[in-house]
Design a protein around this ligand. Structure first.
Ligand code: NAD
Length: 350
């Protein structure tokens, strides 16, 4: 006997991403805001002035990727219980990707799932992390290995929060914007080449187009069975760079920038990209003050590390490569010797 469960009928998920000045938000349920001391110092007052709810509580967790753990989620959940949240209550993630990923994950767990809203405050979270419902934490085995796909009820992106963001963090966000342009939209890439990347209008356009592209991808493939994997362009190499440098030298977006340059070198080798196009991408990354040069310490180790990535299914590495600018190709089963030949160009002996 087969009893079908047709979740698609009940789980019709839709939500809006608003890119504008933060509107007045009035709720009729209990609300818990999750943030950290850095963000609250600059912006909590603004948020509290716009949010009203019958019961409002702020959970402040320490700032840093090293706190993106189950222990911190436990702390968030503990405060939710202290506040006697019920199944109708709401969490608000107010911060960068770290806060967003942990708040979303906490919301997915509290009494088997309550609503949450994303109010991202870094460029990276405004253009990427707050959209698409990937939530989770790190553990000693790796980054984001524990988590859930759990969509927010709404996302409010207010670019004015970025005014206090350090320049390096801003640039790290631009890396994800460039990623989107190279994978999907040549016109957007040309726009970025010609734009002043720190001008308010450009920032708004970077957010608008990146969110539009990310939503387009996620709407087709929420759980990364296909096209969503394209968003990992630069990440396969970038994750190894982050790991080789113990997550201390580079911000995630910086490692992704280096990773894109490496992926591009492989794409050139496979005749998917011209040397000239690879150079154009590098120039754009440099214009955004992103690093593009890196010396691999040990080529064999670097290569082996690809297989530890959770995205390398069945022991094959799926490389996401640009096919020209504005188009992508997923390529598996590339000869080890060819990949290593490319890696040697980033080796100490080059
Ligand atoms: P982050 O959340 O650590 O924020 C970076 C720093 O900026 C922090 O020190 C933070 O306190 C500070 N900050 C935040 N907003 C600020 C503001 N307005 N003014 C001044 N300082 C501010 O880092 P991030 O780059 O936003 O996010 C990285 C995280 O996002 C990683 O954990 C990554 O795994 C995750 N991520 C998730 C997705 C997803 O789809 N869920 C996608 C990409 C990245």
């Amino acid at each position: 006997m087969i009893v079908p469960i047709e979740l698609a009928k009940t789980e019709k998920i839709t939500y809006n991403i608003t890119i504008d000045k933060l509107p007045t938000l009035t709720f009729d349920q209990k609300v818990v805001i999750v943030t950290n001391p850095t963000i609250s110092k600059f912006h909590l007052k603004t948020l509290l002035d716009t949010v009203s709810a019958p019961q409002l509580h702020v959970v402040t967790i320490p700032d840093g990727e090293e706190y993106k753990t189950l222990e911190t989620v436990e702390k968030i959940l503990g405060e939710c219980f202290e506040q006697k949240l019920d199944r109708k209550s709401l969490l608000i993630a107010f911060g960068g990707g770290v806060i967003g990923d942990m708040t979303g994950f906490s919301a997915s767990l509290y009494q088997r799932g309550i609503d949450f809203i994303q109010i991202p405050t870094t460029l990276l979270s405004q253009v990427d992390a707050s959209v698409g419902g990937k939530t989770g934490v790190n553990n000693k085995y790796g980054k984001n290995l524990i988590g859930a796909f759990y969509q927010p009820k709404a996302v409010y992106i207010d670019p004015s929060f970025l005014e206090t963001l350090p320049a390096r963090e801003f640039a790290a966000g631009v890396a994800e914007v460039v990623k989107m342009a190279v994978m999907f939209d040549k016109e957007f890439f040309i726009y970025l080449q010609n734009a002043n990347l720190t001008k308010t209008d450009t920032i708004k356009e970077m957010i608008r187009r990146s969110v539009e592209l990310k939503a387009w991808v996620v709407n087709q493939d929420e759980k990364e069975a296909g096209i969503r994997a394209v968003l990992n362009y630069g990440h396969t190499f970038g994750h190894v760079v982050e790991n080789e440098t113990n997550y201390k030298t580079y911000l995630h977006g910086e490692a992704v920038a280096i990773g894109m340059v490496m992926a591009n070198a492989l794409a050139v080798e496979l005749d998917l990209l011209t040397q000239n196009e690879a150079e154009e991408i590098k120039v754009l990354l440099n214009k955004a003050s992103l690093p593009t040069d890196y010396t691999i310490k040990d080529i064999d180790d670097f290569y082996e590390h690809f297989f530890l990535d959770k995205k390398s299914a069945n022991n094959t590495i799926k490389f996401i490569l640009p096919q020209g600018i504005g188009n992508y190709k997923m390529v598996s089963n590339i000869d080890e010797s060819l990949v290593k030949k490319v890696l040697h160009r980033f080796g100490a002996e080059r």
